[in-house]
Ligand binder design. Structure first.
Ligand code: PA5
Length: 444
């Protein structure tokens, strides 16, 4: 059984049984489409049995390399963008000390590059790397993405100057296609340790490949537990290809709500450690469903923080919202609110209670207020946040996304729309072969 529970009680008043049934009836066939690999994008279904295909030898190899990098690094740089960065960051931030850049956790501090083009960001990173011992991984499935390629060019230059070419080579790991792309060619010629991104796993589904596993292991997270969680969920989905399946319940609720005017889904957490999990989720769902003029727009908030900024809109703005709460039942630590003799802030009525009780109460109060304000609520409950639960959540959201995308009748595994800005950028930068487009764009 899975640790994930999906609570749809606060969805029901927004939908009739018939509306839910329309999508419930599609579940068995949609599972069949996935497992028989007969749907659109079926050459990108490698994620379906990825967890169970991970061998102990493979985990050992990743852990050995990670340990070697950990020993020589105060800082570890992950160079990548989109699916080649968000999964690792989601897991690392969810399982790290909130102040890991400022306290000694015994782990290297993980920093990121190649996920933006900011000159000031790169400047500050280089200054940091002047002072710290570091190593890095460069991750690009295609091996040709501009942002990580530019960042790696700069960082390769820096690391080779700092350590010399031979030592630098031992501090760089490339994760890319098995045969093609500029990064593969470069890695082979430089002799970098390389890991392969499988052909049949798209970027946003790649967190359980070396793309995610290597940086996550360098950060000190137990990747065996993460993979075990995903394996558990993989088996659960395989064994429960019906509408009682939690991933199917989530997909059904989303599609029923979308077809009843709810076009924006806000993923809500009450644990700031989940901020980047939401960023990963936004890419997964946005890139998978947002096409052919269709799809729910994925957004995210961290409560109670954002109740003081976005709460007004959610309560009373345009009524096209869905809230999906990742509800974490037990934090890892316990803090009680102290009593205060003067009680000037009038908080003594909650003295002695756990902070988590207040957090959980805020969650319940907010769900009910937002439901009363016209925002249906899907509650995804987990007992706590650890590597095993995260592994389950990753697979849960991946399967939920594939089911939901197929129910929406889109190809959940392509992303043709991301090319448009790239072509314009290449043309405006003067890349050979883009002269005609450049002329057109300069006239606008
Ligand atoms: O999901 C995707 O395919 C994208 O987000 C890619 O992961 C992202 O564009 C990076 O691509 P690449 O790994 O080829 O550099």
């Amino acid at each position: 059984m899975t640790d994930i529970k999906v609570d749809l009680r606060q969805v029901k008043s927004f939908l009739t049984d018939n509306q839910l049934d329309t999508y419930r009836k599609k579940v068995a066939d949609t599972f069949k489409t996935i497992y028989s690999r007969s749907g659109a994008g079926n050459d990108f279904l490698g994620w379906v049995d990825l967890p169970s295909s991970i061998t102990p030898e493979f985990i050992k190899d990743i852990k050995t390399k990670a340990e070697e990098l950990r020993r020589k690094s105060e800082v570890f740089v992950v160079v990548g963008i989109g699916g080649s960065y968000l999964g690792a960051r989601a897991v690392i931030e969810a399982l790290s000390n909130h102040f890991s850049t400022m306290v000694n956790t015994g782990n290297p501090v993980i920093v990121y590059a190649g996920h933006n083009m900011s000159e000031d960001y790169m400047h500050d990173l280089l200054k940091l790397l002047d002072e710290k011992d570091y190593s890095m991984t460069v991750i690009s499935k295609s091996g040709t993405t501009t942002e990580p390629a530019v960042a790696f060019r700069i960082l390769k230059n820096h690391i080779e100057k700092k350590y010399g070419k031979d030592e630098a080579r031992t501090r760089i790991v490339a994760i890319t296609d098995k045969a093609k792309g500029a990064l593969k060619v470069l890695s082979d010629s430089e002799g970098y340790k390389t890991y392969v991104v499988p052909d049949d796993v798209g970027g946003r589904y790649s967190v359980l490949t070396p793309v995610g596993l290597l940086p996550i292991a360098v950060a000190g997270v137990d990747i065996e537990k993460l993979v075990a969680g995903a394996q558990l969920m993989e088996k659960y989905c395989m064994d429960n290809q019906n509408d009682s399946n939690v991933a199917a319940q989530y997909a059904v609720a989303r599609q029923a709500l979308y077809h009843n005017g709810k076009a924006t889904e806000i993923l809500v957490n009450y644990e700031p450690r989940l901020c980047y999990f939401s960023e990963w989720w936004k890419q997964l769902y946005g890139e998978s469903e947002g096409k052919d003029g269709k799809g729910i727009f994925p957004a995210s908030v961290t409560f109670t923080t954002d109740l003081h900024s976005m709460g007004q809109y959610i309560q009373e703005g345009v009524r096209n919202l869905i809230e999906t709460v990742i509800s974490v039942e037990n934090p890892a630590n316990e803090i009680r609110i102290p009593s205060d003799e003067a009680n000037l802030d009038q908080m003594n009525y909650i003295a002695g209670r756990r902070l988590n009780e207040v957090n959980r109460t805020a969650e319940k109060a907010t769900i009910l207020a937002h439901v009363d304000g016209g925002v249906p609520n899907i509650r995804i409950a987990v007992p706590g946040i650890d590597a095993k639960v995260l592994g389950q959540l990753i697979y849960f959201f991946e399967m939920g996304c594939a089911l939901s995308g197929y129910m929406l009748e889109v190809n959940p595994f392509d992303q043709p729309g991301v090319e448009a800005y790239k072509k314009n950028m290449f043309a405006l930068l003067g890349k050979p072969g883009y002269e005609e487009l450049r002329e057109k764009l300069l006239k606008r």
